[in-house]
Design a protein around this ligand. Structure first.
Ligand SMILES: [Fe+2]
Length: 343
């Protein structure tokens, strides 16, 4: 399963690892120098390395080898630095945006088309009135923006709804905008209408777009689909023309059904990427259990493809925070898809 990695996050993690090794080595060396009465490492240098990210390991190493443990300056300042670094790491994981790029080649695509997918905003705002999110999208410069549900959290305050409506409004003014709903924002189609937002809610409907020389179809599966009976067949509601590239938007992944219907690329959200993840292990805990990817209970995040050139699915980690106000190794995500003609 190819999972798209967050390079910036990994660079920060590598930085912390390297500076921690440096901090540990310096602490041990200074202890040796103190014993042999040779030249010591200056306190300024130790503090600088601690400040740069080595505080945790330096504090632990000092405790283990009993070095500077009677120096109150170190014993007080290092935990404060450690706390600040933990706060920075939490903030970076939880509130900063990453862009995940997918490149897909298909013979039905005659010119490059850029799609942005946003999902599970849950009323969040990145910068005032989502200025950071909007400028991120402007830099991607998409031909079309697709929303796959949960723009706000049901039962939460009205601010979340207002934030979501404002964002939809701003997006609708700039880009062709297609929307489907999630379990939380069931009345989004009503709000689009009453606020005269320039967006199209796709209620088992298809939007046919021509971008340059390429025709693509966007199909929307509304949230009620997941509550319809088990015998419900999507093909009664949506008909796909296989001569064009078919993009399906929905809230939750039903890869088999979407694939059978004929969707070339299905874009979904809902899982929030597993909320708290660890490298190699994946989701730590989710409503449906502990370590669910390790136990192969369910796919929580990433890009899935049957075979090269076959039907594709992307489960986005989404943007917002729900139910816990935390994300780890799973930053808020803007998905940018580039459809290209084959080389
Ligand atoms: Fe959600």
């Amino acid at each position: 399963m190819p999972v798209i990695q967050d390079t910036t996050l990994w660079l920060i993690v590598i930085w912390f690892v390297v500076i921690s090794i440096v901090a540990a080595v310096m602490t041990v060396r200074d202890k040796r120098a103190a014993r042999s009465k040779s030249r010591r490492i200056s306190e300024g240098a130790l503090f600088a390395v601690a400040l740069a990210g080595g505080a945790a390991i330096m504090f632990v190493t000092m405790g283990l080898i009993r070095h500077k443990t009677k120096h109150m300056r170190f014993m007080l300042v290092l935990p404060v630095m450690l706390l600040l670094q933990a706060v920075f790491f939490y903030w970076f994981n939880t509130y900063t945006l990453r862009t995940t790029w997918l490149e897909i080649e298909d013979r039905r695509i005659r010119n490059e088309i850029t799609i942005v997918q946003l999902t599970d905003l849950h009323g969040a705002s990145f910068g005032r009135d989502n200025a950071r999110l909007l400028s991120r999208i402007a830099r991607i410069n998409p031909d079309v923006v697709l929303i796959t549900g949960d723009m706000w959290t049901r039962g939460a305050d009205d601010d979340g709804v207002e934030t979501a409506v404002r964002l939809l409004n701003d997006l609708g003014e700039k880009y062709p905008l297609y929307v489907t709903d999630g379990g939380h924002d069931g009345y989004i189609s009503v709000l689009i209408e009453t606020n005269r937002i320039n967006a199209t809610f796709l209620n088992y409907e298809t939007a046919e777009l021509t971008i340059g020389d390429t025709a693509i179809a966007i199909h929307g599966v509304p949230e009620k689909y997941y509550r319809e009976s088990a015998a419900f067949d999507l093909s009664h509601h949506l008909e796909l023309d296989r001569s064009v590239y078919n993009v399906l938007i929905a809230h939750e992944a039903r890869f088999q059904e979407f694939r059978e219907l004929g969707a070339d690329l299905s874009l979904v959200g809902h899982t929030h990427g597993g909320i708290v993840r660890l490298p190699l292990i994946g989701t730590v805990y989710h409503r449906s259990g502990w370590f669910i990817e390790l136990r192969e209970m369910r796919d929580m995040y990433g890009f899935f493809e049957d075979e090269p050139g076959g039907a594709k699915l992307f489960i986005s980690a989404g943007l917002g925070l729900h139910p816990e106000p935390v994300r780890l190794f799973n930053r808020p995500e803007v998905v940018a898809i580039r459809l290209k003609p084959p080389r």
